[in-house]
Design a protein around this ligand. Structure first.
Ligand SMILES: Nc1nc2c(ncn2[C@@H]2O[C@H](COP(=O)(O)OP(=O)(O)OP(=O)(O)O)[C@@H](O)[C@H]2O)c(=O)[nH]1
Ligand SMILES: C=C(OP(=O)(O)O)C(=O)O
Length: 226
């Protein structure tokens, strides 16, 4: 479809964001608080990352709906308060099953939706960089963005009428390429690539500029006694 000025009509996207139960999330995130085995900081960091991710997605003009697939009660409440629609992780059989379930829920509600899966651990995410990625993705039936490490994936998109066919987890960049998805080759979208699994990732996201909730949790974590 084209607008009066001849440009293609921008797609209205629905983003599907998967989130593990917070108590099990971010198991590789070992920082200055590492020896505090029972620390509540790791789940709180995971929640803060998800809140900053969802807030940035909700502020992106290309996005119509944000769907979070999670069984976590607290996260469901907090992310719902930011405008996300919460879908229970009914399959409860891992990340890709959760994404397929979220995609089915979206397509039942909006059969013509353009859908993109996005990780919940992008605490430096900037709406304008997400817009650039989605505008680029709109040219292809399926597209993906590699993570900052160049091994994984932070976003996978599917045009209306195309299945997402997610293959996230570990070295998913190669799997998404092999599946026929087009790799998005954009510069200047570091905030969409910078997922946080380790403390070093969190420091890298801090250098890019963390969202407010993650910045506060980063400060508290860094000050916490080892
Ligand atoms: N709903 C749902 N989301 C998941 C599941 N597994 C992972 N995720 C989410 O998928 C994204 C990438 O997950 P991972 O890197 O595998 O898990 P993580 O908790 O972020 O980190 P690790 O514990 O270090 O693996 C994050 O947004 C997770 O919360 C799952 O089984 N169900
Ligand atoms: C799930 C993924 O991310 P990570 O395991 O790096 O969090 C992925 O890149 O497919």
């Amino acid at each position: 479809m084209r607008t009066d000025n001849g440009r293609p009509t921008p797609l209205a996207w629905t983003l599907v964001i998967p989130l593990k139960p917070l108590a099990r999330a971010k198991s590789r995130l070992v920082g200055p608080f590492a020896r505090q085995e029972t620390t509540p900081l790791r789940p709180s960091l995971a929640l803060a990352f998800a809140q900053d991710t969802v807030a940035a997605v909700a502020a992106c003009p290309a996005v119509r709906d944000v769907v979070v697939v999670t069984d976590d009660e607290l996260a469901g409440r907090e992310l719902g308060a930011l405008g996300a629609l919460i879908v229970r992780d009914e399959p409860a059989t891992g990340l890709n099953a959760a994404l397929r379930h979220g995609e089915r829920a979206v397509r039942a509600l909006r059969p013509e939706a353009a859908v993109a899966a996005l990780n919940a651990d992008l605490p430096a995410l900037r709406p304008e960089e997400l817009t650039a990625v989605l505008d680029n993705a709109a040219q292809f039936p399926r597209a993906f963005l590699a993570d900052a490490a160049g091994i994984g994936t932070t976003l996978l998109s599917a045009a209306p009428g195309t299945e997402l066919a997610p293959a996230f987890g570990g070295a998913s960049r190669a799997r998404h390429t092999a599946s026929g998805a087009v790799e998005i080759a954009l510069a200047g979208v570091e905030s969409v690539r910078q997922d946080v699994d380790t403390w070093e990732d969190l420091e890298a996201a801090h250098r890019l500029g963390l969202g407010p909730r993650s910045a506060e949790m980063f400060r508290r974590s860094a000050e916490s006694p080892a």
